[in-house]
Design a protein around this ligand. Structure first.
Ligand SMILES: NC(=O)c1ccc[n+]([C@@H]2O[C@H](COP(=O)([O-])OP(=O)(O)OC[C@H]3O[C@@H](n4cnc5c(N)ncnc54)[C@H](OP(=O)(O)O)[C@@H]3O)[C@@H](O)[C@H]2O)c1
Length: 252
């Protein structure tokens, strides 16, 4: 069983904690957050110790007393610099979902990967990453097809979905091919439509709730456990699995 420490217990972290706690492959050992005043983990149905780790020394002492095999980060870009040297020194697996790393943060994460398995993914759901992989493949197969991207979100979301922009970028489609609809309480809907002369293909992903982030983190941990030290994206892990499972089918 892989022993995991979770960093961040906000909107995403609480959902991720529930998934990791319920997954028999993992032992969620503790959760680190910034403030001690916020709600106890039990308030989100999670029953593990809580730490407030404000400095690199705090991290060193905490990990001596509460060792784990892996860290999962749903906090903020700054925390990487507090625990990073522990990843390097202890060879901890790291799954970071932080979406807003700077170039310098990412360079630092890359430097840790010489000593540990490090995954950074600004989008950690299995479904969206699979959709992007499938869309890229279809784009290669049918570069002549028309492509449109539709994203639908709750009424209050002001900006174009970052995920839709990432999809456009990944399949080399201009961002003005994205149509945004704002409707009621839709959590998140992304659709890539391929218009062929005599057929249409639609790739659709619907977000249901934040626990999907936990499913993604659990997938990443399971795959990373079989990888060598190095820096990985979610794509890398999916492609590794495709190569293993689909391109080398078992002999009949
Ligand atoms: N890759 C993805 O698909 C994906 C999906 C969802 C979220 N995220 C990322 O996950 C992060 C959290 O999102 P959220 O919506 O859950 O935000 P949030 O509700 O604001 O929660 C942030 C959490 O991080 C904790 N935190 C912040 N700085 C910390 C530090 N230095 N050390 C320890 N804990 C720290 C906060 O502690 P306190 O509770 O004490 O304030 C809080 O629990 C963001 O970076 C977001 O981009 C990524």
């Amino acid at each position: 069983m892989i022993k995991v420490g979770l960093i961040g217990f906000g909107k995403a972290g609480q959902a991720v904690a529930q998934v990791l706690q319920d997954d028999p492959r993992y032992e969620l050992c503790w959760i680190a957050r910034r403030s001690a005043v916020a709600a106890a983990p039990s308030s989100a149905g999670v029953d593990v110790p809580m730490a407030t780790l404000a400095s690199a020394d705090d991290w060193d002492q905490w990990l001596d007393r509460h060792p784990v095999d892996a860290l999962v980060d749903f906090s903020s870009p700054e925390s990487l610099h507090l625990y990073g040297e522990q990843v390097r020194r202890r060879g901890l697996m790291l799954v970071s979902a932080i979406s807003a790393y700077s170039e310098a943060d990412l360079a630092y994460a890359h430097s840790l990967a010489a000593h540990a398995r490090v995954l950074c993914s600004p989008n950690i759901t299995v479904g969206i990453n699979f959709l992007i992989m499938a869309a890229r493949l279809l784009r290669k197969i049918a570069p002549f097809a028309d492509v449109e991207i539709v994203e639908q979100h709750f009424r209050e979301k002001p900006e174009v979905s970052g995920t839709a922009r990432k999809i456009a970028q990944s399949i080399d489609v201009d961002e003005n091919r994205i149509t945004s609809l704002r409707l009621g309480g839709i959590v998140g809907h992304h659709e890539v439509i391929f218009g062929f002369p005599y057929q249409t293909v639609r790739l659709i992903h619907n977000s249901i709730e934040r626990r999907a982030f936990g499913t993604g983190a659990a997938f990443a941990l399971a795959e990373l456990a079989h990888c060598d030290n190095g820096f990985y994206t979610f794509d890398d892990l999916l492609m590794r699995m495709v190569r293993k499972e689909l391109l080398n089918p078992p002999a009949k």
